[in-house]
Write a protein that binds this ligand. Structure first.
Ligand code: PXL
Length: 263
């Protein structure tokens, strides 16, 4: 089986980060190997939270993986709490010959998430520049480039070495979707706009794209599938608080069936 390393936090409430990525990768028939950057009672969008930071353990966990001769087919990264964690992830990535998917988690709706200083944001940019695929939302695209024009921002990242930039959460004519940029191709994929922004959708998105590409889909088809999946879930979710996330569990089987059919 293919192996995917998942470097992200584990939040007990919010249906995001590893809580979203592990089931998605697993249901696609890919081994999920998580390395939690932190364990949180709940994601940071709620009024309060408690967190245990795992920074000091990360290098030794990577070293143990090396002792197991673990070769990964893909590495998917998400939420980091400081730049030392990103340095550890960069060293690990350099030791692998893997598809690298970076969700440059920093903020949303024009605002940085709690704790995202200039220092960590510039380290996240360093990590993003090593990626085959990145999945920023528009806030993160701006934080990565300082450029307000979406196309100019995406193309400047490609110039700097990123393979593919998939910009999530773009809104146009009552629809929401993703604009995908590669050096010689670009395309947009839309779904009806459910309005608002919901915890974990970015994490579901990056995991679906990573899993689909690892299963042999091209990145444009992978993004289309991710947009369709999240739209289907959103239309069938009972949402009281955007922080609680969306009801993806009921539809995971579809991702599994899709992957098996297309293999
Ligand atoms: O989904 C992004 C995310 C991941 N992890 C934690 C978060 C957030 C967004 O708020 O707080 C802990």
């Amino acid at each position: 089986m293919k192996k995917c390393a998942l470097i992200n936090d584990l939040s007990s409430f919010g249906k995001c980060s590893l809580g979203a990525a592990i089931p998605v990768i697993s249901v696609m028939g890919i081994e999920a190997h998580p390395l939690p950057t932190a364990v949180l009672s709940n994601q940071t969008g709620y009024e309060s939270y408690k967190a245990v930071d795992l920074s000091e353990y990360m290098p030794s966990f990577f070293a143990e993986w090396q002792k197991l001769n673990a070769d990964f087919d893909a590495v998917l990264t998400g939420y980091f709490t400081n730049s030392a964690q990103i340095d550890a992830a960069l060293d690990f990535i350099k030791s692998q010959n893997a598809l690298v998917v970076v969700d440059p988690v920093m903020g949303d709706d024009g605002k940085r998430y709690k704790g995202f200083t200039d220092e960590i944001c510039s380290k996240i940019k360093e990590l993003a520049l090593c990626a085959d695929i990145i999945t920023p939302n528009e806030t993160e695209l701006f934080l990565l480039t300082g450029e307000k024009d979406r196309e100019k921002a995406a193309l400047s990242l490609i110039e700097q070495g990123v393979g593919c930039v998939a910009v999530t959460g773009i809104r146009e004519n009552g629809r929401i979707g993703c604009a995908v940029y590669e050096k010689s191709r670009r395309d947009c994929f839309f779904a009806p706009d459910a309005h608002g922004s919901y915890s974990g959708t970015g994490d579901l998105f990056s995991a679906i794209v990573a899993g689909k590409v690892l299963s042999g889909r091209n990145v444009f088809d992978a993004v289309k599938d991710a947009v369709d999946f999240i739209s289907l879930v959103l239309q069938n979710s009972e949402i009281n608080d955007r922080n609680d996330g969306i009801d993806f569990e009921k539809y995971l089987y579809r991702l599994g069936a899709d992957t098996l059919e297309k293999q």
